[in-house]
Design a binder for this molecule. Structure first.
Ligand code: ADP
Ligand code: ASP
Ligand code: MG
Length: 408
């Protein structure tokens, strides 16, 4: 008897037919006694549609109200999927995030899960029901609905799996697993059999949208192995786990990520004295805005600095207003914004002992005639900021260099 948590993303539940397909597959594959929890996203592009609607009503919608709105998408899916099971004679019950005991902090629109009690989920499983839980949402200690950031249903699934001590967490999606690059952009991308939490987290953080980064972190902290696999084909996908159990040949680099949800902010002419960077980045942190690449360059001409950093485009308006608010106090010259940029990154724990990875990446970009604006590195990744229009060419060029075997 196994406890299984299966998450289906938006494209997997986009139509009633697809929902019935999921029901048929689960009933067919289920072993007697299996306890099954299904986490679902909003159908198709529902979340994008709700965001567009919000934009029309109030472009600066209060974040609490935004969460009230966005959470409705997942609530539609759970009721429909539970009913699709009932239509086939299989008892099923749906729970919203709050009903499933998903407690979060109060950072509306990107809340973090703090605890999963899952009492009602366990009760329903004991009663022999299939349980359908709404992804992407939870509840604050004061009873307000929150959402977990784009892609947050992945995190719901892993958190529920951890809360139930499930045997496996399966993320069903519209690709067959985790590839060496986004297969939509790189036709030669290779499917990985396994990837470690650390490398997957880095890929996800750097833009590989197949998993939400927090889901991977949650899996690592709670030791929940995650199987990323296809909703539509019954083939093995990719296991995200602590250590490799199979050796895949020749892969020093495990993947290439790209991210177009990037904006560059340059604060020009910042007076050069101690505490300035602290002031800027603390103000951004207080507003719950993550900053990614940071470069400070000294201007010899007037003893001032330019401080340049990137944030997600989603955070650009908030970040700009935080910085503008500092202007009177800090006396910098001006703020420049740039949104037509993208970040490409290579990721692999093996790069630690392998000189030449950076040179290989820069060489591939140079050969493709692509200019690099900013470079940043971590122990297991190298990232370059490039013009957004070049992103497809860049990812393919880097992939061809590191994975020549993918080229047929
Ligand atoms: P879901 O709605 O199931 O959550 P997502 O769109 O969030 O699906 O994630 C799946 C998508 O992630 C794929 O369609 C693919 O384009 C993209 N993706 C980006 N990087 C990768 C990668 N390295 N491997 C697989 N898919 C990737
Ligand atoms: N529906 C949410 C989104 O589109 C959450 C998810 O799909 O994981 O981001
Ligand atoms: Mg997703």
């Amino acid at each position: 008897m196994a406890t299984l948590v299966k998450k289906f993303g938006g494209s997997s539940v986009a139509t009633p037919e697809k929902m019935h397909g999921i029901v048929d597959r689960i009933l067919r594959e289920r072993k007697p006694g299996d306890r099954i929890v299904i986490v679902v996203s909003a159908m198709g592009d529902t979340t994008d549609d709700l965001l567009a609607l919000a934009q029309q009503v109030n472009p600066e919608m209060p974040k609490r109200e935004m969460d009230m709105l966005l959470a409705t998408g997942e609530q539609m899916s759970i009721a429909l999927l539970a009913s699709a099971f009932c239509a086939k004679g299989q008892p099923a019950v749906s729970f919203t995030g709050p009903q499933a005991g998903i407690k979060t902090n109060d950072k509306h629109t990107k809340a973090t899960i703090e605890d999963v009690s899952a009492t009602r989920v366990k009760q329903a499983l004991d009663e022999g029901k299939i349980v359908i839980v709404a992804g992407f949402q939870g509840i604050t200690p004061y009873g307000d609905i929150t959402t977990l950031g784009r892609g947050g249903s992945d995190t719901t699934a892993v958190a529920v799996a951890a809360g139930l001590k499930a045997d496996l967490c399966e993320i069903y999606t519209d690709v067959d697993g985790v590839y060496t690059a986004d297969p939509r952009l790189v036709p030669q991308a290779i499917k990985l059999k396994e990837i470690t939490f650390g490398e997957m987290l880095e890929l996800a953080r750097l833009g590989a949208g197949v998993m939400q980064p927090r889901a991977v972190e949650y899996g690592e902290h709670n030791d929940v192995a995650i199987h990323v696999r296809s909703t539509f084909h019954d083939v093995p996908g990719t296991i995200i786990r602590r250590e490799y159990t199979v050796q895949e040949k020749g892969f020093v680099i495990r993947g290439i990520a790209h991210d177009i949800n990037v904006a560059k902010i340059a604060v020009r002419g910042v007076p050069d004295h101690p505490g300035v960077a602290y002031e800027i980045f603390q103000a951004l942190a207080d507003a719950n805005i993550s900053v990614d690449m940071i470069v400070q360059s000294a201007r010899v001409s007037d003893n001032k600095n330019d401080i340049l950093f990137t944030v997600t485009q989603t955070d650009l308006a908030d970040a700009t207003s935080v910085i503008e608010d500092l202007k009177d106090k800090m006396h910098f010259d001006r703020v420049d914004l740039e949104i037509n940029v993208a970040k490409v990154s290579v990721v692999g724990a093996g790069m630690l002992g392998n000189p030449g990875i950076a040179a290989g990446m820069f060489g591939a970009l140079a050969k493709a005639g692509i200019n690099i604006a900013v470079i940043s590195t971590s122990e297991i990744s190298i990232s370059c900021l490039i013009p957004e229009k070049d992103v497809k060419k860049a990812v393919n060029a880097i992939h061809d260099y590191f994975f020549p075997q993918g080229k047929k």
